[in-house]
Write a protein that binds this ligand. Structure first.
Ligand SMILES: Cc1ncc(C[n+]2csc(CCOP(=O)(O)OP(=O)(O)O)c2C)c(N)n1
Ligand code: SF4
Length: 332
């Protein structure tokens, strides 16, 4: 008979489990001295994954740098909902760049800190998937290529949300947006296009690349902490569901992020200097339908009749990720 240790609590979450851990191993959000870098009062939608991801990521970066942090922020939801002039929810030195040049602005800040001898002050840049994979891509690739001392964080909600849910090069196949086919033989985004930003970042051979989701916030914090141990260019790609743009219940944000990982559609891993060094395994491989069904952007795949071949093509993407990254627990 196989032996399985009993787990009484899910330690590592910020619920009851944290109280069972020694204080030094508790999550940053469980620490009374967290910075609340992205404070209350902002105007994000209810259940916004981007707000959740940014709060955890930046608080973790503040913790890791002894509060010596400056952020450059591309135009997008995160910038718009947090800083309606003259107000701001940010409790850190924070600058709004243009839509496409957050990486270049952060590079300039890092260079200034170096010239001034402020070696302890660390710099991050952040933006949505549009600002990162489309208009900001050239600046980002340059930042990687020069190995500038910046952590770039992409909050991936798979479209241009701030301006009304237009397609980006990170929009997945078949997803409906305001700028993809609404009707016809193949509504939604086309297959075979788009960019895989984490893979492109790895191809630059930069010191650290990681992916994370807002369903595993402790893992997200750990990756920010790890990123801050390196000097040079680093890239963190966070999967952040958007209830408004994806058409799901605000209370389902974390569940949908978990399903993206558990189906294999969003592989969660770390890479150092161009090599994948760790992957988060899938506990319970889940058919992609469970991820697609709660989202209105995929509703045309199920009604009026199921588009079996399209769902099978999406399942094939998940299966390929599972094989490529060795995501199944039994593969460990
Ligand atoms: C040069 C330029 N073009 C277009 C815009 C309008 N604009 C502002 S934010 C945005 C979309 C942002 O999308 P994304 O980067 O994915 O971030 P999200 O809002 O989804 O978080 C666009 C098109 C702009 N500010 N500047
Ligand atoms: S539109 Fe989406 S990304 Fe923007 S604030 Fe609302 S939930 Fe967040």
């Amino acid at each position: 008979m196989s032996f399985q240790p009993i787990k009484f609590y899910q330690t590592g979450t910020h619920t009851v489990g944290n109280r069972l851990l020694p204080p030094e191993t508790r999550s940053v959000q469980a620490n009374m001295r967290r910075t609340n870098s992205l404070n209350s009062g902002h105007r994000a939608c209810q259940g916004c994954g981007e707000a959740l991801g940014a709060r955890y990521a930046i608080d973790a970066a503040m913790h890791a740098t002894n509060n010596q942090l400056i952020a450059a922020n591309a135009t997008g939801c995160l910038e718009v909902f947090s800083t309606p002039y003259p107000e701001t929810s940010w409790q850190i030195p924070w600058i709004h760049s243009l839509f496409g040049n957050a990486a270049a602005v952060a590079t300039g800040i890092a260079a200034a800190m170096k010239v001034k001898g402020n070696h302890d002050v660390r710099v991050i840049a952040q933006g949505g998937d549009g600002g990162t994979s489309d208009i900001g891509f050239g600046c980002l690739s340059g930042m990687f290529e020069r190995n500038d001392d910046v952590l770039y964080i992409c909050y991936d909600n798979e479209a241009y949300m701030n301006t009304g849910v237009q397609r980006s090069s990170a929009t997945p196949p078949a997803a409906r947006t305001a700028t993809t086919a609404a009707v016809g033989d193949a509504p939604g985004n086309v297959f075979g296009q788009g960019k895989n930003l984490p893979a492109i970042a790895i191809a630059h051979g930069i010191p650290y690349v990681a992916t994370a989701t807002v369903s595993e916030l402790r893992d997200l914090e750990a990756k920010v902490r790890r990123a801050m141990e390196f000097r040079g260019a680093r890239y963190l790609h966070i999967f952040v569901p958007c209830p408004l743009g994806w058409g799901h219940e605000p209370g389902d944000t974390v569940r949908i992020a978990r399903l993206a990982k558990e189906t294999g559609l969003f592989p969660v891993f770390e890479a150092e200097h161009g090599e994948v060094v760790s992957v988060s395994r899938i506990r319970r491989p889940t058919p992609v339908e469970e991820y697609l069904k709660p989202q209105r952007r995929f509703a045309h795949l199920f009604s009026p009749a199921p588009r079996v071949e399209v769902i099978a093509a999406i399942q094939a993407i998940a299966d390929r990720n599972i094989r490529k990254f060795g995501l199944l627990e039994e593969a460990a």
